[in-house]
Design a protein around this ligand. Structure first.
Ligand code: UD1
Length: 423
């Protein structure tokens, strides 16, 4: 079994290059299934969820040839009736996008229930609402969800009850080729939604308003393949920014869109960290052993502070001066990682959706687990500033979303390595 071993208390200096954004690349890969054609996708992150998705495309009859961060995809001949093994679908949440993509192309899709990180209940009512609004029938049974529209879909006015990234993606996928005009109200505004819309527009779609809460789509039956460059990963960037803030030092994080990082940058500055913003990079500076200030933050949909950065920020605040408060405003239960930080000496109490973090002078190394993707990143950050050695298991969850996290942190001076232990 592979584990990550970190010897903490080493300040970080140098440069880290951020990869393409996993949560933008995923909907775009599923969109290639919808469009049908030949694609050249650049800046693709080499992480498990992406490789799993390329495998799904191939299972459906598509062709994928990867060369580093570039992949050539041909989805001209896709068989929408091939069933994807439930075990594969269960490995990630994004497999839900198959529903929108196949429904939009063939009027039919059937998949097992998706998996993904365990943040408590993860309903799909808004996805179902969207498909029904466009005229599809949704049936569930035998552990599968099936959507079909024998008469075809038609453009419609859709008002989401809550802001959902995944349901907004599925609505865009289902509507891009659907005749008529679709209006999506209360849409998610995340940069990855904008990237999906930009990708589809490059394929000939007519999508406007992405990045606002009203998206308009004029269905275009004939879409075509294209070349496309995925946006940089704001969560990966934010994770390394927070790692430098925790360990101390001075690191330039390159290949970022600083606008996407504003809420993270603002909170780091509030905590006493220096962040120098350039055109496509940010420099994070903190004198080793300088005192961090307590802060309060609430994780909410974009442009608010991202829930996917909440665990990493919690790890940072464990050694801030005073008591910090983090409110989770998106997920029912996203504090499972706290138990792991407590093993390292953190003083954190969770009351429902609020974590109260009483800063301690120092964390100490321990044997801990990655309980989910970002919870795993949180223990890496805690370990970088802890005294002694931390051994992290379950690291495949971290590798779902971070390309070469060990190599990138080593390159700036962290004492971190991946070690194979006998099972
Ligand atoms: C995506 C991200 C995930 C991130 C989340 C919020 C991907 C692959 N995953 O997940 O990393 O944490 O956005 O930024 O991009 N909800 C419903 N009904 C639904 C759908 C969602 O009630 O039909 C609720 C969820 O339970 C949650 C909230 O809406 O409380 C937001 O979920 P959503 O934005 O859909 O998250 P995902 O797209 O699954």
């Amino acid at each position: 079994m592979d584990k990550i071993v970190i010897s903490g208390k080493r300040p970080l200096y140098g440069t880290i290059e951020v990869s393409g954004m996993k949560n933008a690349a995923l909907p775009i890969l599923y969109a290639t299934i919808l469009v049908g054609g030949k694609f050249s996708i650049e800046n693709l992150p080499d992480v498990n969820d992406i490789n799993l998705t390329l495998g799904i495309i191939e299972t459906l009859g598509g062709k994928c040839v990867k060369d580093g961060a570039c992949v050539e995809i041909d989805t001209t001949d896709i068989d929408g009736k091939v069933s994807i093994p439930v075990d594969t679908v269960k490995k990630m949440r994004a497999s839900l996008y198959l529903l929108g993509a196949l429904l939009g192309r063939y009027g039919y899709a059937r998949i097992g229930y998706p998996g993904g990180c365990d943040f408590g209940v993860r309903p799909i009512d808004q996805h179902k609402k969207c498909f029904k609004t466009f005229g599809a029938t949704v049936t569930e049974g035998d552990g599968h969800i099936c959507v079909s529209a024998e008469q075809g879909l038609s453009g419609a006015h859709l008002f989401f009850d809550i802001v959902s990234v995944g349901a907004t993606v599925n609505a865009i996928l289902a509507a891009a080729k659907t005749p008529g005009v679709t209006t999506i109200e209360n849409a998610a505004k995340e940069p990855h939604i904008v990237d999906l819309a930009n990708f589809l527009n490059t394929c000939g779609a007519h999508i406007s308003g992405a990045g606002t809460d009203t998206i308009k789509i004029r269905g275009e039956k004939e879409l075509h393949g294209c070349s496309y460059d995925i946006i940089p990963d704001m969560i990966e960037a934010g994770t390394y920014m927070t790692a430098v803030a925790a360990a101390g030092g001075c690191v330039t994080i390159k290949n970022v869109i600083p606008k996407h990082l504003e809420s993270i940058t603002a909170k780091l500055i509030e905590a006493g960290v220096t962040v120098n913003v350039d055109d496509d990079s940010v420099e994070v500076v903190r004198e080793p052993d300088s005192q961090l200030s307590r802060i309060m933050l609430k994780a909410i949909p974009y442009p608010g502070f991202p829930t996917d950065m909440q665990p990493q920020m919690c790890a940072l605040l464990c050694s801030a001066n005073g008591t910090s408060y983090i409110t989770e405003g998106v997920w029912a239960n996203r504090f499972r990682y706290v138990e792991e930080l407590v093993r390292m000496g953190a003083h954190i109490v969770v009351e429902g959706k609020i974590a109260v973090i009483e800063g301690v002078s120092e964390l100490s190394g321990a044997q801990v687990s990655a309980v989910d993707l970002r919870g795993g990143a949180a223990v890496v950050i805690a370990a970088l500033c802890a005294k002694g050695v931390t051994v992290i298991d379950n690291i495949s969850l971290i590798e779902r979303g971070y390309h070469d996290i060990v190599g990138k942190l080593r390159s700036v001076g962290a004492d971190i390595r991946k070690v194979s232990f006998p099972d």
